[in-house]
Design a protein around this ligand. Structure first.
Ligand SMILES: *Cc1c(COP(=O)(O)O)cnc(C)c1O
Length: 398
């Protein structure tokens, strides 16, 4: 059994700790060092090298350096994929994937609920500047996905749970639909992380992660990754990293590698805390609705139970039985939960998404009155619930 086969058979926690790390042969250090060099020694005859791709041996940091390679090895292994490319941000990973796989005249189907940059890229940029046709569909509805497919459809892109409403789409069913027609399926797995969901094992071709979120987990570094078959990842690496220049810095790759070690431990807390907070909110008369895939009341709960392992992620959405201004006053009354964008950090973060969001027409009815996206952190659940309870009281909703 080769080293890689042996490592792939290990448990998720063991991989999170060990994969990608090794003794540094130069110093004997048992942690891989940060290699900040921009360039690496060339072989005796450099003219034989493939300059537009990254080999095993680093060449130049924009083609992939030591720390990038270590992190790629860890992520590949955690997602159960063949190969991985890490890039400067989650959006660099998404744009790299779309620009690499889609050409003028192609068509892509994408989810109604996605990170905002996906909407900009696939609804505006690629159609407007590059002649790529795209269709937005409710991907929680399999028939709607089927109906949106055209003869020139090359890619289906979904996000599950979706940002910001936590909509669930059925990965295995959409993968089947796609593959029957020779279409690729990419899944943004950022909300679940590979601890809670492994889209490649469910049939997806490519997984995207914003490493900025759970995988780094400490709110102090940006990164993105695409994981999938080597032939596709090689193309994305060449286009997105080498030629478009979306390389991650060695220091950020090192920070994310360090954060990823505790991913399973943190995710357990995120998952447990989010469920506890969702259940608390669901019982409050001042709360208009709560959307969390772990609640029986969630539209996608049955699908989520089938495809999410080890819990339902740390993000939920909810709205108050109150006007716009009261939503702002509620946030101002919170003492532990911070008002800020991003998610998947150790600390809890809340953002008020008001009624002015241009994508409201794509959201279910209950979201139209403005709502919060709450990323539940790894603080004590009791304190988070106390904070929310106090803020409800402060705005007269208790
Ligand atoms: C944050 C986020 C992204 C973008 O990641 P960045 O690292 O901020 O570029 C993509 N997808 C989802 C689901 C996200 O939450």
């Amino acid at each position: 059994m080769g080293k890689r086969t042996y490592e792939d058979a290990l448990g998720f926690q063991t991989k999170a700790v060990h994969t990608g790390n090794d003794v540094d042969r130069e110093t004997g250090a048992i942690r891989r060092p940060i290699v900040m060099a921009n360039s690496y020694e060339l072989p005796y005859d450099p003219t034989d090298m493939n300059w537009s791709s990254a080999g095993e041996k680093p060449l130049y940091t924009r083609n992939g350096g030591a720390n990038q390679n270590y992190l790629q090895e860890k992520l590949r292994s955690l997602e159960g994929g063949d190969d991985c490319v890490v890039l400067a941000s989650g959006v660099a990973a998404l744009s790299g994937l779309f620009f690499t796989l889609l050409t003028s005249g192609d068509h892509a189907v994408f989810s109604n609920i996605t990170y905002i940059a996906v909407y900009r890229l696939l609804n505006e940029l690629l159609p407007g500047k590059y002649g790529v046709g795209t269709t937005i569909v409710d991907t929680s509805d399999l028939e709607a996905v089927r109906a949106a497919i055209r003869p020139n459809t090359k890619l289906i892109h979904i996000e599950t749970p979706g940002n910001p409403t936590t909509q669930i789409s059925d990965i295995a069913a959409i993968a089947q639909l796609a593959h029957d027609r020779g279409i690729l399926l990419s899944v943004d797995n950022t909300f679940a992380s590979p601890y809670s969901q492994r889209p490649l094992e469910l049939g997806a071709d490519l997984v995207v992660e914003s490493l900025t979120k759970y995988i780094n987990g400490h709110g102090d570094a940006m990164g993105g990754a695409v994981i999938g078959p080597k032939a596709l990842i090689d193309r994305i690496r060449a286009d997105a990293m080498v030629n478009l220049g979306g390389a991650i810095s060695p220091f950020n790759a090192w920070l994310i590698m360090r954060g990823a070690v505790t991913l399973p431990l943190r995710m357990r807390e995120h998952n447990n805390n989010a469920l506890a907070v969702a259940r608390f909110l669901e019982d409050q008369k001042g709360v208009r609705f709560v959307a969390y895939p772990g609640l029986e009341s969630h539209r996608g709960h049955e699908t989520a139970k089938r495809q999410m392992i080890n819990g339902f992620g740390g993000v939920l959405a909810f709205g108050l039985n109150a006007d716009h201004e009261t939503h702002n006053r509620f946030v101002a009354a919170l003492r532990i939960i911070t008002s800020a964008v991003s998610l998947g950090h150790d600390e809890s973060l809340i953002v008020f998404l008001g009624e002015k969001d241009e994508r409201q027409y794509l959201y279910p009815e209950e979201f139209h009155g403005g709502f919060f996206r709450l990323s539940v952190g790894i603080e004590d659940a009791r304190d988070l619930i106390g904070d929310l309870s106090r803020a409800l009281d402060a705005v007269g909703l208790k």
